[in-house]
Design a protein around this ligand. Sequence first.
Ligand code: GLC
Length: 741
Amino acid sequence: MTSDELRALMSQMTLEEKVGQLVQLDGGCFGGGDLATGPAAKIGVTQDDIDRAGSVLNVLGADQVREMQDRYLSRSRLRVPLLFMADVIYGYQTCYPSPIGIGCTWDPDAIRAGYTLVAEEAAADGCMVTFSPAVDLVRDARWGRVVEMPGGEDPYLGARFAAAMVEGFQDGLGEGRGVASCVKHFAGYGAVEGGREYNTVDMSERRFRQDYLPPYKAAVDAGARMVMTSFNTVDEVPATANKWLMDDVLRGEWGFEGSIITDYAAILELINHGVAADERQAAKLAIDATVDIDMKTNCYAANLADLVRAGEVSEAAVDAACWRVLTLKNELGLFENPYYQADALRAAEITCNEERLASVRAVADNALVLLKNDGVLPLDSGEDAPRIALIGPYADSKDIVGMWAIHANRAYSHTVREAFSEELGEDGFGCAKGCPVLDEAGMATLGEFAAYLAKGAPVDPRTPEELEAEALAMAAEADVVVLCLGEHQLQSGEAGARTDLTLPHQQVELLRRVHELGKRTVVVLFNGRPLVLEDVLPLADAVVEAWWPGTAGGNAIADVLFGRVNPSGRLTMTFPVSSAQAPLYYGQFATGRLAGKNHTGRFVTGYLDAPIDGRFPFGYGLSYHTAELTDFALSGDVVTADAPIEASVTLTNTGDVAGSEVVQLYLRDLVGSVVRPVKELKGFCKVALEAGESRRVSFTIDEELLRFWRRDMTFGSEPGDFVAMVGLNSRDVLELPFSLR
Ligand code: GLC
């Protein structure tokens, strides 16, 4: 439809029909179910509201989408199609590792291609918009949603992944391919105080703009068609009612012309926040902030038309919001084809196909981070293979795709045991659960949602003592014990905040008992955040961080443990020594008393009972090869606005196997009009080398790289002295000075 035709269509719409485009409802509302007791009653919408709604949440399945669209259009006066939106966060039925793992690949190009495959798989089942990527900067591992964030604690890395993910999802958008990407959660959700879910966010505008906004801006600059508001406040105004954030910054400064959708029922929550006395005021605040779509409440449906008639909201505001929604529907071609790419035959053909399984495996291979290895890895799987006992609650679990893989086809999840069977033969190793993920008390902390998820899952009738006895007996017969340990999937993700970041105690006890047997131990971790591993590291000869490794998780773990893949994952978040160190990140300010500078002994920044650094730093990871950086040089020691300099360094694989390294460039502004971080990631390059091979790696340092939010809140650079650093992690770096003139 042309823009003029779309305008003509909108001009025929009644005020209620235009408001309807701004309403997103639960799929259950469209099933013709009982309005008095079903989802419609829960939300408080009428049949008219349903017949005028603009979009639906998390309904997928080619046939189901087609049927629902037909049913809806048969009741729609102007036949404006529904928009089907879903949480296809890091995979549809075939899932990549959780984004915290994807980030550890430091390979945005790989995930751009991967997310195009995700979009194709989801679109064949009717998806038109995905609520992804989530790109909230996070520096507090207590917050459960760290698991969803590819950039971890770093704005630059987050921005690179944000752009790649949006481009991947939207490849071919407008040409009948791709899905529209909705970047979230705008903005600053990852800075909740105390790491406590849904808590207050409060920081200076400078830090907000310097650190927290860049990943969202990168997504918008990459063309994201939609932005989702976050639950938190920004400068004491909830994001969903924050006109400065949504209209001045997002639309005004960044030129965003797409739709803004609230997070789940976030308009209604304005009342809980205490900025709206009732739903009517909540609706007014949100539309005034240029928020277009009300997810899962009836605030807009029940109040917007009245607010316009009462002259409290302009019809122009409703028209602008409605126009943005109609424009997206038109870009997807829904007026010509209301089913978009929904095609059951196509879905059957490509869902979880070999191409996708290979892609998620390749990403998972590179997402694993080798945290410790005293030489026990890689394991031999030939005739000299050691006798291996594979034990732990994740040794044979299909629950390895993470909390937000809500559409994952778990039948395709490859468990570690299955992968070991392919490697060693069904009888080539022993496998035992050893203990549950959580004991009863631990499960109780997860609430009824965990019980709901566990419904129908087989219950192991054995007592904890019987489970442990079986595992220890198996371990006693083995040369090497591989323990697959981890958090419960619901101990991270939304509403998964924790104050104690250690492994469940009974799992550590199992590890301790295995260690007491004097066996070589390899621990594989399944978790959604940096953990405190102080009681694990002394008991393990090797530790592999697998995160939630996704559909091919078992394969990837076997690939790395048996040396088919040389691990190249590098951390995107600092692993703490204690959860009390949070927030913890490499790019901290020097403060007036950074340890080692000017002050000695007691009176320096720090704690009496813990270091200020983490156990494993940002950018860290081991491999089966060793590597070194040498001959770090700058092509000059002065940067000007017209003349950048080149930083170059030689990377050598000093090991005896091929492998990859991530060469990282950090910069430091020694004196600024405001304090500046001791280092900031400003470039990286993943390099694959043969054993013994060297490669010169270069980065361009230009004036733009040195810009920041200055004392007067303008964004720009300041002449002065800087330090360039290169490293294979953020801690161990080579340094050289340069200046900006
Ligand atoms: C949830 C999450 C958001 C998700 C939305 C729709 O509360 O915060 O990430 O996309 O609701 O399911």
